[in-house]
Design a protein around this ligand. Structure first.
Ligand code: RIB
Ligand code: CA
Length: 306
């Protein structure tokens, strides 16, 4: 059995990543945490609870995390994921009892109590992750890998320099990148290669299950945004990171030294990736390639299983 903790900002691609993670038969998800990002943290927390309930996993504790980035004000924009974060896909309200522990503290406890090393997965801004590492640096010892969706070896998506998860809280990303934790970065340079085909959409629409119906509704909204904004096909960013965490090798990675810009008004949130280093100087394995077909196939199979 392998163990995982997810920190996310659901968000449509986060929701698809959650379905994908929860369908993994030999991964025990110890907890899921909401962070500020695509939506205000309270919305993300509610979505996380309801997504878990939809697929019958109210046994997994869900925790409310940081409401604001570490330093800068939070700038919310409902464009990409909708006001509710799920493109208007209405889900039944979870009846699970509310937790009262902050996500950063819960993450530290879950890591210390875990029966083995944990795959820590982050698909939103790293505010909770940075807080946990600052509160208790010894959690390092229980982390197999921290796999994050974020950054880019090429251009950003919020600005030409910055990818959204880093742009929301670059200081948090810097804390994590400089912490020494075993880090894998799954950036836009690979996630931009992963989008469903028309055949995939047809297969999804033909699926009878609840997760498929919700996914179809979310993707209909998400696809529409991408089309109207001229961004091409709707990218499955967070699904790639989750699958790299639970199926290492679905991405090809290179040991690099990654720095994050936190000062420049022009390039705030840029991940500067140096692959021309000695292996011992690396602080991050950076995804450079991805088996996009395998990602699509595994995600659809996961959704069909609920
Ligand atoms: O830039 C893409 C990332 O930002 C994804 O995690 C998406 O959910 C948003 O959080
Ligand atoms: Ca996300």
């Amino acid at each position: 059995m392998r163990y995982a903790i997810l920190d996310c900002d659901p968000g449509i691609d986060d929701a698809l990543a959650i379905f994908t993670l929860l369908a993994e038969p030999d991964v025990e998800v110890l907890g899921m945490c909401a962070t500020v990002g695509n939506v205000p943290v309270e919305t993300g927390y509610r979505n996380l609870r309801n997504l878990a309930a939809l697929v019958g996993r109210e046994d997994i504790p869900v925790f409310l995390g940081a409401a604001l980035p570490l330093v800068h004000p939070y700038r919310f924009d409902s464009l990409v994921h909708g006001e509710d974060g799920l493109g208007g896909a209405s889900l039944p309200e979870s009846a699970a009892p509310h937790t009262r522990e902050h996500a950063a503290l819960a993450t530290c406890r879950l890591l210390h109590d875990a029966p083995g090393k944990v795959s820590w997965i982050a698909t939103g801004p790293l505010t909770n992750v940075a807080l946990a590492l600052r509160l208790d640096p010894s959690i390092h010892e229980k982390v197999d890998r921290l796999v994050v969706m974020g950054g880019s070896t090429l251009r950003g998506n919020v600005t030409p320099a910055a990818e959204f998860n880093v742009w929301v809280d670059a200081e948090a990303w810097r804390v994590v990148a400089e912490s020494g934790i075993p880090l894998t970065m799954v950036g836009l340079n690979v996630t931009h290669q992963v989008a469903l085909t028309q055949e995939d959409y047809a297969a999804l629409r033909a699926m009878p299950g609840k997760a498929a119906k919700v996914s179809d509704r979310m993707l209909d909204y998400y696809e529409g945004v991408y089309r109207r904004e001229g961004w091409g096909e709707a990218k499955l960013h967070d699904v790639v990171a989750v699958l790299e965490a639970v199926h290492p090798g679905i991405c090809s990675t290179v040991p690099c030294h990654v720095l994050v810009e936190t000062s420049s008004p022009l390039t705030y949130g840029q991940t500067v990736v140096n692959d021309r280093i000695q292996a011992e100087d690396a602080n991050c394995d950076v995804a450079m390639g991805v088996d996009a077909a395998a990602v699509r196939k595994r995600m659809l199979s996961a959704i069909a299983s609920f």
